[in-house]
Design a protein around this ligand. Structure first.
Ligand SMILES: Cc1cc2nc3c(=O)[nH]c(=O)nc-3n(C[C@H](O)[C@H](O)[C@H](O)COP(=O)(O)OP(=O)(O)OC[C@H]3O[C@@H](n4cnc5c(N)ncnc54)[C@H](O)[C@@H]3O)c2cc1C
Length: 541
């Protein structure tokens, strides 16, 4: 058999940067040259520029995303979360899936494109009360929340409560904040007439921005035009201020202004994900520092970083802004440079300076600055739609969006609230005699409480299986691996039919921090088991 000389290329992230990198790698490398794998926590890529349109429902939920398997058919998609990257050993560890085992992915070349996350650190009450806007889940949650607020306002009799329900605050006057506000404002005014009791009620849509004008990414005249359009449509714009804290009842600004509201959206700039924050490499402006060829500084020729998580400069020395158009071009540079390294040819520098900027203001209006030509109003809106539709990956997705837009022009917006009630993840499980609850070596992802039945604790050592203990109703197991964040040290097998209460790790940790007595029980038990039992036979697992 011929030895497999294929290089392993691992792409982390399936957004604009990662998905286009994999797609271009598929174009420039033959199947016998490289094995391309892509890790993303979803099996789709979100087309963020159109995400605000999910709020009004003018684009269907699944039409704003592209299935990665169709766009990158030759890449092996691994739908998991990246947990850690070991640059020295050239291994990436991904979280467990249905089977509670972490997976290790070795690589020859690594492409890091994990984008950013919303970080409310240091902003009191924001995690609980403010809504981020980055992912499809964020957009769906916001749409549902807005509809819920309107439904509640329609039955609310207290004027103060009703006014809170009809006040919508968006923080951040950059592209995403402005586009979210424009869509939200259009949506609530368009559907208001369907609610008989609030039809004539006063609505408030408040946009707060830290600068002295919105859209600082664009020229002053376009920023001012956008401001004028929004104000004309009823948006209140508060400048030179910022959202600093949030409660369930109000948004609190830095100036001390308090806006009573049940809907607070924050489009604060993103930070890199914790897995990249931990990475031992050079960073600039909180992002991974790359050279002109998009290689991670200190790991040239092996690791590349691009998109929102990278601090890059163009050939001319301009810092690369976190936009989709730059991420796509960076992806081409990275793929070409990986191919160049593999073939021993010259690598290229990232030289794209941007084609222009567009922001949709909804309702047939937009602002555009394309190669120095500034346009605003309906023409810019048409241009926005034409350009973004063209850029949407996949023909079927393009057709779907075009149809969605047509329907949205012909009919009023849909106001159905998708009820996606998610019960607690704490659940009961049933095991028949002989069923294995978990195996030694599995990832510790849950703690178990036995309600009925019995099980045995088994440990494999030196090729032999030892019976460590029997457990019955009222006993707990699984806490040691969860508390210490390590793998299971024993196997649990049901002896008789057994009912257990399964507490997933996140719920367990939440209970442990909020109810100290609960945590104490398990911490003491784990301590007792590891000192008294450990090797000898206690089941902590
Ligand atoms: C609302 C909004 C509107 C925008 N509008 C525009 C616009 O009009 N024009 C424009 O040019 N730009 C726009 N942008 C910016 C643009 O979308 C980003 O610059 C671009 O998406 C960056 O691409 P990326 O691949 O670096 O990151 P992302 O697109 O965020 O992709 C990162 C990917 O990594 C995955 N991921 C993250 N962490 C993990 C992990 N630990 N394990 C596995 N997978 C992980 C995520 O699920 C995601 O798929 C907008 C952004 C937003 C939020």
């Amino acid at each position: 058999m011929m030895p497999d000389n294929k290089k392993k290329i691992l792409v982390l992230g399936g957004g604009f940067a990662g998905m286009y990198a994999a797609r271009h790698l598929e174009k420039v490398l033959r199947a016998d040259e490289a094995e391309i794998s892509l890790v993303n926590q979803e099996n789709y890529s979100v087309y963020q520029p159109m995400l605000p349109e999910v709020i009004s429902g003018s684009i269907g939920l699944t039409d704003v995303v592209s299935p990665i398997r169709r766009i990158c058919p030759r890449s092996h998609l691994i739908m998991r979360e990246v947990e850690s990257i070991d640059l020295a050993k050239k291994v990436v560890t991904v979280a467990p899936g249905f089977r509670p085992r972490r997976m290790e992915l070795p690589y020859d070349y690594l492409v890091i494109a994990l984008g950013g996350i919303t970080d409310f650190y240091g902003m009191p009450g924001m995690i609980e009360n403010a809504k981020p806007f980055r992912t499809l889940a964020d957009a769906v949650a916001l749409r549902n929340h807005i509809i819920h607020a309107l439904e509640e306002a329609d039955v609310e009799t207290d004027p103060a409560q009703r006014s809170k329900l009809l006040t919508f605050v968006v923080a951040g006057g950059g592209f995403s904040g402005v586009e979210v506000m424009a869509e939200l404002n259009d949506f609530v005014y368009a559907v208001k007439r369907n609610y008989s009791r609030i039809r004539d009620a006063q609505m408030r849509c408040v946009l707060v921005h830290s600068g002295d004008r919105i859209l600082p990414e664009m020229t002053e005249d376009l920023g001012r035009f956008a401001q004028k359009i929004l104000v004309k449509r009823g948006v209140e714009i508060i400048l030179n201020d910022r959202l600093e804290a949030a409660t369930s009842e109000m948004a609190i600004f830095k100036s001390g202004i308090e806006v009573p509201s049940k809907t607070i959206v924050s489009t604060v700039p993103s930070v890199i994900s914790p897995v990249l924050q931990k990475l031992d490499c050079k960073k600039e402006r909180g992002r991974l520092l790359v050279n002109g060829q998009m290689e991670l500084v200190g790991h040239e020729g092996v690791v590349w970083a691009l998109g929102d998580c990278a601090a890059a400069k163009t050939k001319a020395g301009t810092p690369v802004p976190p936009t989709a158009q730059h991420a796509i071009r960076e992806a081409t540079t990275v793929a070409n440079n990986i191919a160049a390294i593999m073939r021993g040819s010259a690598r290229s520098e990232f030289a794209f300076e941007g084609l222009g900027k567009l922001a949709s203001l909804g309702h047939f209006s937009a602002v555009a600055d394309i190669m120095g030509i500034r346009i605003s109003g309906p023409l810019a809106w048409l241009l926005w739609r034409a350009i973004y539709l063209m850029k949407m990956p996949g023909f079927s997705q393009k057709v779907r969006i075009a149809l969605d837009w047509l329907v949205a022009i012909l009919f009023p917006p849909d106001l159905v609230q998708l009820k996606m009630l998610r019960g607690s993840d704490i659940k009961r499980q049933h095991f028949e005699p002989g069923d294995v609850v978990f195996n030694q070596g599995d990832f510790g992802d849950s703690v178990y409480v036995i309600e009925k039945g019995t099980c045995e604790v088994l440990r494999e050592k030196d090729g032999a299986q030892q019976h460590l203990a029997d457990l019955g109703a009222g006993d707990y197991f699984g806490e040691m691996a969860v508390l210490a964040d390590v793998s299971r040290n024993a196997t649990i097998r049901a002896v008789s039919a057994m009912e257990v209460l399964l507490i997933p790790k996140d719920d367990f940790n939440l209970l442990k921090t909020t109810v100290p007595a609960f945590g104490d029980v398990f911490t003491q038990l784990a301590k007792k088991r590891s000192t008294a039992g450990g090797e000898s036979g206690q089941p902590g697992s």
